[in-house]
Design a protein around this ligand. Structure first.
Ligand SMILES: *Cc1c(COP(=O)(O)O)cnc(C)c1O
Length: 358
């Protein structure tokens, strides 16, 4: 048999999570955010699974949109960061892509390019993220220039939250209030909510929600927050036990001898490592599940292997399935052990772990 490390992608769970996002915001349409190859899950298969059920798809750049169009996706696609060079305006017009517009440079390209048909655009207002977007004081001018341009046929106004996952912070409420003040008097649909805001800030839903991470079944809110329980994990990252040995107290495991057995210890070696996207900085104690039963990583992560504690799992055998994250082990919890977020774990899964949709 070939190397057992693999990522199973549950397309039904993805569709169910999209429907769940829509039930949380029943009056809004929902942009299914599938940028970065659907957060490492495989954008084409998931977009096809959602098909006509999707109100629209969101990607970061034109390359990602082109991949979807070439695979037969005909639903609207919003390119959230818009054009990186003027030539992409013609691409957007030809492929019927909606372009984000976040800067004076992009605005000038739209005014100055000759296009065969007008573009749909999403204009970004910076309400406090301070990364992309027009200053609120500029929005009226931007609006007038865009509505005056022959190259624009349809405008949505958007902003992005910096701290929507921190449900006790006032930042989101302040960004929302500033956005409302800014768009007063402008007749255009609005879009603010990422997953955390879809789940925790119903006032922000507006006309278009933009769920990303929640579609992959991972809650951006605190692990204990009950609003995350309705989500179904989409990726199951698994491999198998390929060796087992019994070590005596005092023996060390792996590179650097990071783990020293405090007692007689049964160690399983699993065929997955940092070259597959399992984080090298995962500490001792990071949870894994063997045949569905939780245990823990011990010893440093290697390129192709990890070592886990089988002392309390005497029935474990070579060939047993080990889940790194999925339905038994939450990616958010693994991420917390590793000092990162599930978004990073998912997007770092490498080609060697062929994501296969089921
Ligand atoms: C990535 C992205 C989203 C989705 O964010 P999640 O936290 O994954 O829900 C929404 N809006 C914009 C502009 C984004 O770039």
């Amino acid at each position: 048999m070939s190397r057992p490390a693999n990522a199973t992608i549950d397309t039904n769970a993805f569709v169910a999570n999209y429907r769940h996002a829509k039930t949380l915001a029943p009056r809004a349409r929902a942009l299914a955010v599938v940028k970065a190859n659907a957060y490492g899950h495989g954008a084409v298969a998931l977009a096809q699974a959602l098909g006509d059920a999707a109100d629209a798809f969101g990607v970061a750049c034109c390359e990602e949109a082109i991949e979807l169009r070439e695979s037969g996706i005909t639903r609207p696609i919003v390119v959230l960061e818009g054009a990186f060079e003027p030539a992409e305006l013609a691409t957007a017009a030809a492929l019927d892509l909606t372009l984000g517009v976040h800067s004076p440079v992009q605005l000038a390209w739209i005014e100055q390019t000759r296009l065969t048909r007008p573009l749909r655009v999403w204009v970004k207002v910076d309400t406090g993220m301070h990364r992309l977007g027009f200053d609120p004081s500029q929005l009226n001018t931007v609006w007038h220039r865009l509505t005056a341009s022959r190259n624009v046929q349809d405008i949505v106004l958007m902003s992005h939250f910096a701290r929507a996952d921190e449900v006790d912070m006032p930042t989101t409420r302040r960004q929302l209030a500033l956005f409302r003040d800014t768009v007063t008097g402008i007749a255009a649909p609005v879009s603010l909510a990422n997953s955390a805001a879809v789940m925790a800030w119903p006032d922000s839903h507006g006309d278009w929600i933009r769920p990303g991470i929640m579609l992959y079944g991972s809650s951006p809110l605190a692990d204990a927050d009950p609003r995350g329980t309705a989500l179904r994990p989409v990726m199951r990252l698994e491999s198998q036990v390929i060796a087992i040995r019994d070590l005596a107290a005092g023996q060390e495991i792996g590179y650097g001898g990071r783990y020293v057995c405090p007692q007689p210890t049964r160690v399983g070696t699993v065929a997955i490592g940092y070259a597959d996207g399992y984080p090298r900085h995962a500490p001792d104690g990071t949870p894994v599940a063997v045949n569905g039963v939780p245990t823990r990583l011990i010893g440093r992560v290697s390129m192709d292997m990890i070592t886990i504690d089988l002392t309390d799992l005497p029935a474990a055998r070579i060939g047993d399935t080990v889940q790194l994250w999925g339905d038994r082990i939450s990616a958010a919890e693994v991420a917390r052990y590793c000092g990162t977020i599930a978004y990073e774990l998912f997007t770092r899964v490498t080609r060697r772990v062929h994501p296969h949709p089921v």
